[in-house]
Design a protein around this ligand. Sequence first.
Ligand code: NAD
Length: 271
Amino acid sequence: MYNILKGKRGIIFGALDSNSIAWKVAERAHEEGATFVLTNAPIAMRMGTINQLAEKTGSQVIPADATSMEDLSNLIDQSVEILGGKIDFVLHSIGMSLNVRKGKHYTDSNYDFTHKGFDISALSFHRVLNLLYNKKAMSEWGSIVALTYMAAQRVFPDYNDMADNKAYLESIARSFGYFFGRDHKVRVNTISQSPTPTTAGSGVKGFDGFISYAEEMSALGNATALECADYTISLFSDLTRKVTMQNLFHDGGFSNMGVSDGVMEKFISKE
Ligand SMILES: NC(=O)c1ccc[n+]([C@@H]2O[C@H](COP(=O)([O-])OP(=O)(O)OC[C@H]3O[C@@H](n4cnc5c(N)ncnc54)[C@H](O)[C@@H]3O)[C@@H](O)[C@H]2O)c1
């Protein structure tokens, strides 16, 4: 361990269980000397095991529905108070599509589901940034990271409306990142992560095939949740101060591949 987050204060959204990417980020941030508040939707707190993580990392848990300005405002005020100062890092690790969950095909969306999923998965990031910015709750050279997936740029048929939500999320990081950089010297980035076996990830139809294909296509293989946490920690640290408004691929090289030898082999006739 490098102690690169020593003395830093953070808010971590989205740790549901030990598979969650946010869970690994919290464990790594703790190891690196940070203190932070954990948060999740009130319903997820009942379903998940977040209290174990809180105990392990000496953190407090504050429930907040990421679609509620009131909850988020309260979360930020309380976090500054509990942690004893402005916030240095924030992880937005939130995603949910009701169309995916209820089996609605992309070509036949239920638009109430679309609205709800968009609010949770994309607009929530704008809400969080808005409140942090207007409350002046971030320290100078602070860092805000949201997690995304490459379906924002390329078609993965079963990713459904989450593809559109991720495209919007990545755009928010650029647009808000400008104002946050200009006015408060705060970084805003998205990390585009490999498919990862978590509750949200496994909800995508055909996830097994999907993850094996990505593994075979990537020069370094898929990035794990723990590796994603390591990368996130580097973006929270002072070693990446001028990285902002970027969508950063963390995928073993997948996003720059056309085809790999392993995948080609499956299509070359054997006679
Ligand atoms: N798993 C993958 O394959 C993969 C790949 C790339 C990006 N991502 C992204 O990583 C992030 C984290 O997902 P994960 O894979 O760790 O799965 P996860 O299911 O562990 O995390 C998703 C979290 O979103 C939370 N959430 C849902 N609705 C909420 C609400 N209204 N308010 C607050 N929180 C709410 C859930 O409670 C859960 O903790 C998501 O943005 C996801 O899209 C995942």
